[in-house]
Design a protein around this ligand. Structure first.
Ligand SMILES: [Zn+2]
Length: 776
């Protein structure tokens, strides 16, 4: 593989500290020559020994992938491994050296001689941010990335053994990557593996505290190094001295955000939600993919590698580019092209908003970087408010409409042809994507041939010569390509469902493996009781949730200890909660839950109402475990609906519940029209006695309990009636008539306690029980 300088610098940046894994595994240096990469102390003892290990690894890496460069001197080993030797390197070595420092915000250096770094464990990024109360510090054990990662106070593991295992597994997995392919495919795969194996490794043998993940340090080093190279190349200032002493703004920090995502995803679905399950997923995939591809196109047009993409989650990306006239021109050009393209597809519902700020070396210093981020975020917000340009007349729109009518699915585009359900080109494409997303193992991106993506084509297989290839399967097995985080779980008909004939009379039913429609998902809410009859309402639960105050946490949470690598870490780890853990738990335990979107800091799910309620509890609980930080919490809104309700209405109603939950002070769940704190919700929902008592009384008495709940709710209100004030004697009378005498005393004591404690909120467990057990 022949590399150009951007590619070379990016790889050198990413892998410059790879030797730390090998060093901590206490493996020998294979090539004696590699000791020359380590500076010596006054007693001629080698310092920064990891540099020799980095060189050792890269010898193997270069050989394995047949990496070649134009000039012998500027090879990957020299550039990556010379970063601790002073003065004797060229411009490229100097660039890596500088990027290494800027990445960590110039944190104070200390020696690695003590050997303590071998025992260190990485501090959780969530232990490093707070708004109100500094959290207790938690650490990660040294292990590879998995779906189940929680920080611990004192993780115990045999570090040396773990480092050795990670190093060997990393090398084994690398060998599954093909030698000859497009650099960007190769880069994604290498980066994916580097994250998998180094996310929990502290980068800190030179810094005072093990606070930065080796992966995020390496990723940002690569981004900074590439930007530095681009800046100096463009200005003809490519010398070690100029790289060191530059006083200008060398960098551009860019953020891009799709506004109007929800309008686009949920826009009208036709009268009967026909194909909704397929199309929603595909539209959501399209938004994430379009975000990825806009970011990628900026890199591609500038000749940069994907190292420039430092964050990318939840429909938003952040890039680090060289501050050159070409960069700025390209950003404007792509913003314009994207928005013209989006006008055609979404009729102005969706818009790409881009903002950028210039940055210099000193902006990477601890305190300064939060100011840069703040500046960038507020610029983006201002740009969002600017009026969007709209084409008044859409080309050929009216002409095409008259021929075949309007698409029955989106109600916007002209239908392609007549038929039982006239459908437009775009919706038809989404319908196909929806099907392929669940049945394919890979997808590829090629340069433009045809189709509706602006610059690229998508196919759902591994194409030779594709620019990008992703593995769609959300599992642990590495098959040579990076895994995508943008595909969400979609429930499908199982063999068991089919044998049972569960949906045989349903519309759109097409056997084992097909995507469940919302009607089928609603059907899954019914569960067998002791007698084996299926009971419960066939309701959908629509859940919308997002992390509270995350914007503030990013900017204020780190106090003075902020650095670009920590910001990147926080974004990546938050995204992982939604794309990793959550998707895995849905796949294994909440199999009927459909992911509309899940990533960044928010999610939107549709499932059987009872699975949605249980899943909401799990999400809240796991978030606490995952972050061990009281300042990080989530607000959630749930709405229950019949499957025939139009999807955009489901979205609006759940959004309304979420807003209500946020309005009451966040860290709350809005469900059954009520808003309660998570603790109270959890207490009510986990109280098995409530369920037991409700199961022991008649259905009509159960319904009459609503009266008391309502009365108690009104007690503090002007609208209270004489009957409300009498709730207790009325309740006692009813209990004597309706509850078995053995249970009576307990029942009264417990229910008076519930009513007084929960007031109107008791509506929640009461309604949940009734919905779950209702019989036809
Ligand atoms: Zn359509």
């Amino acid at each position: 593989m022949k590399l150009n300088y951007y590619q070379l610098i990016s790889l050198a940046g990413l892998l410059h500290d790879v030797g730390k894994i090998k060093q901590r595994a206490e493996l020998p240096i294979k090539n004696e020559f590699n000791w020359t990469y380590c500076p010596e102390d006054e007693h001629h003892k080698s310092k920064y020994v990891h540099a020799a290990h980095t060189a050792d690894f890269l010898d193997w890496f270069i050989d394995r992938f047949k990496i070649e460069t134009d000039e012998q001197e500027n090879n990957l080993v020299n550039i990556a491994a010379y970063h601790h030797k002073r003065g004797d390197g060229g411009a490229l070595e100097e660039i890596i050296k500088k990027a290494d420092r800027l990445s960590s915000g110039f944190e104070r250096e200390s020696s690695d001689k003590s050997g303590k770094y071998k025992e260190d464990r990485l501090e959780s990024i969530f232990s490093q941010v707070w708004l109100n109360k500094k959290p207790k510090t938690h650490y990660y054990p040294i292990k590879e990335l998995s779906f189940d990662i929680t920080p611990e106070e004192k993780p115990s593991s045999d570090n040396k053994k773990e480092y050795k295992r990670l190093y060997e597994n990393f090398k084994n997995d690398l060998q599954k990557i093909k030698k000859d392919q497009q650099f960007d495919v190769f880069w994604d795969a290498v980066e994916h593996l580097y994250e998998k194996y180094t996310w929990a490794i502290p980068s800190s043998s030179f810094y005072s505290y093990p606070r930065i993940s080796l992966f995020d340090h390496s990723k940002t080093t690569a981004a900074i190094a590439q930007a530095l190279y681009g800046f100096h190349k463009s200005g003809n200032t490519l010398s070690a001295e100029k790289v060191r002493d530059v006083k200008e703004n060398e960098f551009l920090l860019i953020q891009g955000d799709f506004s109007g995502i929800q309008n686009f995803i949920f826009s009208r679905m036709g009268e009967s939600n026909k194909f909704a399950a397929k199309i929603l997923r595909a539209r959501s995939f399209f938004v994430s993919l379009a975000t990825d591809l806009v970011a990628y196109e900026i890199c591609r047009r500038l000749g940069l590698t994907k190292a420039a993409i430092i964050m990318n989650a939840g429909g938003k990306f952040t890039l680090l580019l060289p501050n050159t006239p070409e960069s700025i021109e390209t950003i404007y050009a792509i913003e314009k092209e994207t928005n013209e393209w989006f006008e055609d597809i979404t009729f102005g519902e969706t818009r790409m908003v881009i903002a950028f700020v210039e940055a210099s070396d000193k902006d990477f210093q601890s305190g300064a970087f939060s100011k840069k981020m703040e500046e960038l975020v507020s610029k983006l917000e201002i740009n969002k408010l600017q009026p969007k340009p709209t084409k008044i007349v859409f080309d050929d729109y009216l002409k095409n409409i008259s021929a075949n009518g309007v698409c029955k699915v989106c109600g916007k585009h002209p239908a392609r042809e007549e038929g039982s359900t006239p459908i437009c080109e775009l919706c038809n494409k989404f319908k196909q994507w929806g099907e392929k997303l669940v049945s394919s193992d890979f997808f590829s991106i090629q340069g433009k041939k045809d189709g509706f993506l602006k610059w690229f084509d998508v196919s759902f297989k591994k194409d030779n010569n594709a620019l990008l290839i992703f593995d769609l399967k959300n599992n642990d097995e590495f098959k040579g390509f990076a895994k995508t985080r943008i595909s969400g779980y979609v429930p499908r008909v199982t063999k068991e469902d089919d044998d049972f004939g569960k949906y045989k009379d349903f519309e759109e039913y097409s056997g084992v493996g097909s995507i469940k429609t919302f009607a089928m998902i609603a059907e899954d809410a019914k569960t067998p009781n002791q007698k084996g009859e299926f009971v419960g309402e066939g309701f959908l639960g629509i859940l919308k949730a997002d992390i509270d105050n995350l914007g503030r946490i990013f900017i204020e949470g780190f106090k003075d200890n902020i650095s670009i690598s920590k910001i990147v870490s926080l974004s990546r780890m938050m995204d992982l909660f939604f794309t990793g853990w959550l998707q895995n738990i849905i796949k294994n335990e909440f199999k009927s839950v459909y992911t509309v979107f899940s990533g960044g800091d928010d999610l939107f799910l549709i499932g059987p109402f009872n699975q949605i309620v249980e899943l909401a509890r799990r999400i809240n609980k796991h978030l606490k475990d995952y972050t061990k930080n009281d300042d990080i919490h989530i607000s959630c809104g749930i709405y229950f609906a019949k499957d025939k309700i139009p999807v955009y209405q489901m979205a609006e109603e759940s959004e309304f519940m979420l807003e209500k939950a946020k309005g009451k002070g966040k860290d709350r769940i809005g469900v059954f029209g009520r808003v309660v704190k998570w603790d109270e919700f959890e207490e009510m929902m986990s109280d098995e006695k409530i369920e037991y008592y409700l199961s022991e009384i008649s259905n009509s008495f159960r319904y009459s309990l609503y009266q008391y709940v309502n009365s108690i709710e009104r007690l503090n209100d002007k609208s209270k009636t004489a009957r409300d004030l009498m709730w207790k004697p009325l309740f006692l009378y009813q209990v004597y008539r309706n509850v078995d005498k053995d249970l009576r005393a307990d029942f009264i004591e417990s229910f008076i306690e519930y009513f007084e404690k929960y007031g109107g909120d008791f509506y929640i467990p009461l309604s949940y029980y009734i919905y779950k057990n209702r019989r036809k």
